[in-house]
Write a protein that binds this ligand. Structure first.
Ligand code: AHR
Length: 484
């Protein structure tokens, strides 16, 4: 039994739509094959971008896309990825399997992708192996409107108008693959690099993001905030859900019951991480101006058998749907600090929305959570009074018609009966459900609809209270229309 009480006056604040952000890196088949297939491909595409993927992603209203990495960002030299495709440098992707990177997907192709998706840009710059000048010129190339060496080069490459860059990351995981730096050293470099990232559009200045801590490295957060907070708009946090130790990645399918719960427990740690990092941030930024940007999150499981382990291709089950719902609920609890989050990664890598195989494509259970949760984007998070069962997670937002409720019962056997009380008059309630009947239920290319949303009707209500019976291994959303 669970109970939730909604008081219209208890509001946490706006849920930034950017919490529903995505991440796509030059890693395995995330970009190449998953999104980019070349304009002359037999796979239907518009300007090289596969139409089936774009159509599916448009339906989840991707608000922002982080690119080009991840680890790859700190080896990426943007000038390799502009100009005629056949003249672009072929490099070795030393971060991910030492495969050839032909640079056919570069800055222009990224903005074409954003344009087709209707998403905002989050470009991650190279601080690890790139210069201040290189980073500064990339911003000039992308955003300067006028005559300048980089703007002229952009025009010569076929794009006269500048693009809009909303978010810019200064390095990635600088404590590790991004340079193995100490926080004091990175804080100084961050201050230096960001100085030369000019906001050419004064109406919409760059939102600059510092490379933040790994999981629970609170020392990194403290040093960065102490030394560089006034120079940043956001600071990143990375946390992946693991079913066991980092060195012992567990399978995405056919896992034991214990790993259902260990993966979920690992995802739930996000709440503690955000709380503790926010407390440190509060010391230096009590007004909460600086955003905590969780720009890598999701489940990290063993790569599927027969695939290149460096490509991080994993299946996605109803368990991943639980991870997505629970984590998004945590972000919505912390709307005062979490200004953006980017699940890793959008296609074919880690906890993805879509899986592709040649011309085939399949939507994952995680995709459906993003679709079912659309009404939370930019709505007002409610601070409800909850008494939830041990295996239930919930989040409620207010929209123009009433309330949008998402509920996740991650128990394996028991249905949870949830009552929701509210101080306004209920007019109608409609519901949707994503449900598993076994722990590793998933969609594959031969069975694409094993897990997909269905209408949810196990609801009764009177004027101010509703009751819903939430089956185990399910996520339910309810739109409660009210009369005030
Ligand atoms: O998302 C995969 C990798 O995980 C990213 O490249 C890196 O930043 C993190 O370690």
């Amino acid at each position: 039994m669970s109970h939730i009480s909604i008081d219209a006056h208890r509001q946490r604040g706006k849920i930034s739509k950017y919490i529903y952000g995505q991440f796509s890196e030059h890693l395995g088949r995330s970009i190449y094959g998953g999104l980019w297939v070349e304009p002359n491909s037999n796979i239907p595409n518009i300007n090289g971008l596969r139409t089936d993927a774009i159509t599916a992603l448009k339906a989840i209203k991707v608000p922002v896309l982080r690119w080009p990495g991840g680890c790859f960002a700190d080896t990426y030299h943007w000038a390799d990825g502009i100009g005629p495709a056949d003249k672009r440098k072929k490099i070795v992707n030393t971060s991910w399997g030492s495969v050839v990177e032909n640079n056919h997907f570069g800055t222009h192709e990224y903005f074409e992708l954003l344009n087709q998706l209707g998403a905002d840009a989050y470009v991650n710059g190279n601080l690890g192996s790139g210069t201040v000048q290189e980073m500064s010129e990339w911003v000039e190339y992308m955003t300067f409107n006028g005559t300048s060496p980089m703007a002229d080069l952009r025009t010569a490459n076929g794009h006269k108008d500048p693009w809009h860059v909303k978010f810019f990351g200064v390095g990635n995981e600088s404590w590790g693959g991004g340079g193995n730096m100490r926080p004091e050293y990175y804080a100084d470099l961050y201050r230096q690099y960001q100085t030369f990232l000019t906001s050419y559009d004064s109406d919409s200045p760059l939102y600059k993001i510092a490379s933040g801590p790994n999981v629970d490295d609170y020392h990194w957060m403290d040093v960065l905030m102490k030394n560089a907070a006034p120079y940043m708009d956001g600071i990143s946090l990375h946390h992946y859900a693991l079913a066991s130790a980092w060195e012992d990645k567990r399978p995405a399918l056919a896992f034991p019951e214990a790993e259902w719960f260990s993966l979920i427990k690992s995802a739930q740690k996000m709440d503690e991480l955000i709380t503790k990092h926010s407390t440190i941030m509060d010391k230096y930024d009590p007004e909460k101006r600086v955003g905590l940007i969780v720009d890598e999150w999701g489940s990290w499981l063993r790569a599927e058998q027969g695939t290149n382990p460096a490509f991080l291709y994993q299946q996605n089950t109803i368990r991943d749907a639980m991870i997505a719902a629970i984590t998004l609920h945590i972000f919505q609890k912390h709307v005062d600090r979490v200004q953006m989050a980017n699940i890793a990664q959008m296609v074919n890598v880690l906890q993805s929305m879509l899986l592709t195989d040649g011309s085939k494509i399949v939507k994952t259970p995680t995709y459906y959570i993003f679709k079912m949760f659309l009404k939370h984007q930019d709505a007002i998070a409610m601070d409800t009074l909850d008494d939830l069962s041990e295996t239930t997670s919930a989040s409620i937002s207010k929209n123009k018609d009433g309330y949008f409720v998402s509920l996740c019962n991650y128990g394996l056997t028991a249905t949870d009966t949830i009552t929701v009380d509210m101080d306004s008059l209920i007019s109608t309630v409609s519901g949707e459900m994503l449900r598993g009947t076994k722990m590793d239920q998933h969609n594959d290319f031969d069975h694409p609809d094993e897990v997909s949303p269905e209408s949810f009707t196990a609801i009764t209500h009177d004027s101010h209270q509703l009751t819903a019976k939430i089956p185990p291994m399910s996520v339910v959303t309810l739109q409660i229309d009210t009369v005030n």
